[in-house]
Design a protein around this ligand. Structure first.
Ligand code: MTE
Length: 417
């Protein structure tokens, strides 16, 4: 059990999702008590005819909180419920699985096993998994996906800006484009296939709030106005994995100039598309869709803040946030919102998606710092995807010279959550 006995406490929360079924003489009821907070599933069994709903007193039902008959490991690194079902986490891969291809093969084997029922320790686990996981975990089969219909293809590769250098090799393109977090398409890493459902043309971006003049601009018109370049950035997820990625796009500062915020604007809020038909993850009611993120105007104007439209010398693939996403290399990856449709300038601090889900673990600032552990795991080291090497985490993810000054005088804030 992890998280210092939270299972019990959280199980007291009211159920959000309940499933009942019979096996032989018993009725089994499983309730996901609080999927966001995770780690809170209760199984009630009662003899047939004694509904646990009707007979909810302890003497009439058997309640397992831990260990349940199936193997639960708690929430995933960001707190989502799928990981309640035991799956070997990516960072538990053996050394022999270190190369990307082997990672894929191993994941395929894992998924094949899951399909055959051999991974989930019991049928009950499978029921919960199936009920929650509307879109199937699809084994990644593709590398960077071709962008035949993408009118921006000719813009890449953009010229590399030599100012931003790396102290590690670039992550293999295949790995970077098939190991994703994009909860709109599922909370597992292999959402690349599912994300192909996203239509990225036409794609319009609304700019409003405290601006000179609200406007809506098409992505291709925006691309014509912005100075495209390529930058090599480290990319560090709060889950403690890391990559090194050649992003293409333009400085967010250029976009802010284009948007012309008023002097009263202190923050910019960014929103992902909302289309549950295309993105089945958005049907999951316990998430506060659409995905929202925010920055201070000073952060948005910092030279590192980068709006991404390309990756590995091509248009950014859908699973990585096409056609427009953010890259903030000094912050945990969840700040780097994908597939943005709306920028709103405001004088109120935005409350982000993950902050709404679990504010004690994911805050507004989310700057990388090895000395400030996540409440449930250390941030002292990171796992480099591709090699699985563990290397020390750097404060501000190594970008202190560019950004540390932004936080002068803000020491009373929770800068590293
Ligand atoms: N943006 C949206 N819209 N939805 C998401 O689920 N996940 C975030 C961020 N942006 C996410 C998102 C997280 S947790 C991370 S670590 C990065 O995207 C992952 O980016 P990548 O898949 O390109 O590596």
């Amino acid at each position: 059990m992890h998280a210092g006995g939270r299972w019990l406490g959280q199980a007291e929360r009211p159920p959000r999702l309940s499933i009942s079924f019979k096996i032989g003489m018993v009725v089994i009821k499983a309730s996901v008590i609080d999927p966001m907070y995770g780690a809170a599933v209760r199984c009630n069994c009662s003899p047939r005819g004694q509904s646990t709903r009707a007979n909810s007193t302890p003497r009439e039902s058997v309640t397992w909180q831990w260990p349940p008959p199936f193997q639960l490991v708690g929430r995933d690194e960001l707190g989502a419920v799928e990981m309640l079902i035991r799956r070997r986490r990516a960072w538990e891969l053996r050394e022999s699985e270190a190369t990307p291809e082997e990672v894929f093969l191993s994941r395929r084997r894992l998924l094949k096993g899951a399909a055959a029922g051999s991974i989930l320790a019991s049928g009950l686990g499978a029921v919960i998994f199936a009920a929650h996981n509307g879109n199937r975990d699809v084994a990644p089969q593709m590398a960077a996906l071709p962008a035949e219909d993408d009118p921006s293809t000719g813009l890449y590769p953009a010229e590399r800006n030599p100012r931003y250098t790396l102290d590690q090799p670039l992550t293999d393109e295949k790995l970077a484009t098939t190991y994703n977090n994009f909860y709109e398409f599922g909370s597992q890493k292999s959402i690349a296939s599912a994300a192909q459902a996203l239509k990225i043309r036409p794609w319009t971006i609304k700019i409003d709030g405290l601006v000179d003049k609200p406007i809506t601009v098409g992505i291709d018109d925006l691309l014509k106005k912005m100075p495209l370049e390529e930058r090599l950035y480290r990319h560090r997820c709060v889950e403690a994995w890391s990559m090194a990625v050649p992003w293409s796009g333009f400085a967010m500062a250029a976009f802010v100039d284009f948007a012309k915020p008023l002097g009263s604007a202190k923050y910019v809020q960014m929103e992902t598309f909302l289309d549950p038909k295309t993105a089945p993850g958005q049907k999951e009611p316990w998430y506060p869709w659409p995905y929202v993120e925010g920055l201070t105007i000073a952060e948005a104007g910092n030279e590192l803040a980068f709006l991404v439209t390309g990756m590995y010398g091509k248009p950014v693939p859908k699973q990585d946030g096409a056609p427009l996403r953010l890259a903030l290399p000094w912050k945990y990856g969840f700040k780097s919102v994908k597939s943005i449709v709306h920028f709103s300038f405001t004088d109120k601090r935005p409350v982000s998606f993950w902050e709404t889900v679990q504010g004690s673990e994911y805050g507004f600032w989310a700057n990388v710092n090895p000395e400030v552990p996540h409440p449930r795991w250390s941030q002292a080291t990171e796992r480099v995807l591709g090699t699985n090497e563990r290397r020390p985490t750097l404060k501000w993810n190594g970008y202190g010279e560019f950004v540390a000054h932004l936080y002068d005088g803000l020491q009373s804030e929770r800068l590293f959550f």
